[in-house]
Design a protein around this ligand. Structure first.
Ligand code: THU
Length: 154
């Protein structure tokens, strides 16, 4: 297995639909409820039918009850679209000082991305703008979480 990713110097080097998805993810930070961490994460997904859905991190005073932007977005898109396939996902962040930050998806979100791919039978591109202005792109959740948990439970 080979883990691959691409790094670009800025959004202007991205394809139009990738750039639009990054813009949607940045807009989504506006919906973040993060009074505890002050770290606003916004995500957007492009579905197989061309629609874009957004989500953001939602915290709770009982800290572990909160949820990351990626899972809010993937679960909500699944619930609202009836399980349409996700072609691409962008994840952006703004730190407590209002500066762009890197939101490298956490392990639990990577596991959910991995299952999304398995469920839909196709890969999704994951776009992660970095705090330094560069953009990292992964062609599949497998590149973020190789050897993800799989079980024949169902
Ligand atoms: N968070 C996300 O929403 N996505 C990430 O990829 C990393 C972390 C959230 C969780 C928490 O609300 C805040 O960012 C600080 O960890």
């Amino acid at each position: 297995m080979e883990i691959r990713y691409w790094e670009y110097d800025g959004v202007e080097e991205l394809k139009e639909e990738e750039r639009a998805l990054v813009a949607a993810a940045r807009e989504a930070t506006g919906g973040s409820y993060s009074p505890y961490s002050h770290f606003k994460v916004g995500a957007a997904v492009l579905l197989e039918d061309g629609s874009v859905m957004k989500g953001s991190n939602q915290e709770n005073v009982a800290y572990p009850s909160g949820l990351c932007a990626e899972r809010v977005t993937l679960f909500s898109a699944s619930a609202q679209s009836g399980g349409k396939a996700v072609r691409m996902m962008a994840v952006t962040a703004i730190d407590g000082e209002g500066k762009s930050a890197t939101a490298a998806p956490c392990g639990a979100c990577r596991q959910v991305m991995a299952e999304q791919e398995r469920r839909q039978g196709s890969k999704m591109r994951i776009i992660v703008p970095l705090g330094n202005g560069k953009i990292r792109i992964f062609d599949s959740a497998d590149d973020l979480l190789p050897f993800a948990f799989e079980a024949e439970l169902g």
